[in-house]
Write a protein that binds this ligand. Structure first.
Ligand code: CP
Length: 305
């Protein structure tokens, strides 16, 4: 295996399979660290991580903070509100200003697709994409893969149905690139207005027939409607969406007995997933959240070493 020498994590599209395997192996060892009574370990002592979140987040921001602190890094959190972006400073100038203070890693979330790539070209420190617009959310896809692999020996040959607002979902895009690379068979499921135009480019299948998409799936990845990215409504009502595309107990009965249910969160209960399915025995939603810390520890460690 070639040593991990990547400077940035910007997308899953450009990751090699061997790099993915090294990230997952590292996350597994950090998951063991997180199971100890005393979790703090020293690899990032003397290093600084800045979490620069220009868009709201609970899971990603908090797990990067816990990951950095558990690795003994100094972690600084900056949000759009309260920063000089509100006074008209550009995002690039803000990032350059922060870099002048000497961080080792900048973790960036933004509404603008492509901002992490632009920062990686303009700055000297490492950049991690924590979600950029419609584009990618690579750390979410990596933790989703890790979570599936805790339940199954491989994703090669598994049928994964991604259900919901695929067109506006960076999580879907990163998972499509990553899971296909690792050998999974993907089917995208949603109303025609929320399926991406590039289905053929992705090399996956797509359907608006929910049961056709999920009946033989090994994994169902449920997505939230990305209301903050929609202009006009893409479907008549939440009730209608829920009726045709929401995953509930009755639809789950038609699926494989051991199907795994994932959702990146935040969950809109009663719309894309019913509360009993979100909290039920098939659901790995909280495992995904827990694994996010170990996976992000792995990424910080591999970039900083
Ligand atoms: N899955 C995800 O990115 O959640 P947050 O927006 O809470 O970070």
């Amino acid at each position: 295996m070639t040593p991990f020498n990547r400077k940035h994590i910007l997308s899953t599209k450009d990751l090699e399979v061997s790099e993915v395997e090294e990230i997952l192996a590292s996350a597994k060892s950090f998951k063991e660290v997180l199971s100890r009574d005393i979790k703090k370990v020293p690899p990032l002592r003397g290093k600084t991580v800045i979490n620069l979140f220009f868009e709201d987040s609970t899971r990603t921001k908090t797990s990067f903070e816990i990951a950095g602190k558990t690795l003994s890094a100094d972690v600084i959190n900056i949000s759009k509100g309260g920063s000089s972006v509100s006074k008209g400073e550009t995002l690039l100038d803000t990032a350059r200003t922060l870099e002048a203070m000497g961080p080792n890693i900048l973790v960036v979330r933004s509404k603008q697709s492509g901002l992490p790539l632009r920062l990686s070209q303009a700055l000297h420190c490492s950049v991690i994409n924590a979600g950029d617009g419609f584009h990618e959310h690579p750390t979410q896809a990596l933790l989703d893969l890790y979570t599936i692999l805790e339940q199954r020996p491989t994703v090669a040959g598994l049928r994964v149905a991604i259900v919901g607002d695929i067109a506006h979902s960076r999580v879907a895009r990163s998972n499509i690139y990553l899971l296909k690379k690792m050998g999974a068979e993907l089917v995208l499921v949603g109303p025609g207005s929320l399926l991406p135009k590039e289905v053929e480019d992705f090399g996956v299948t797509a359907t608006s027939d929910l049961l056709e998409g999920i009946r033989s799936a090994d994994v169902i990845m449920v997505l939230r409607i990305q209301r903050e990215r929609l202009g006009l409504p893409f479907f008549p009502s939440n009730q209608e969406y829920s009726h045709f595309f929401g995953i509930d107990r009755e639809k789950l009965k038609l699926c494989k007995k051991d199907v795994l249910i994932l959702h990146p969160g935040p969950v809109n209960r009663g719309i894309e997933i019913s509360p009993d399915v979100a909290d039920g025995s098939h659901s790995l939603i909280l495992d995904q959240v827990a694994n996010g810390v170990a996976l992000r520890m792995a990424l910080l460690y591999l970039l900083a070493k």
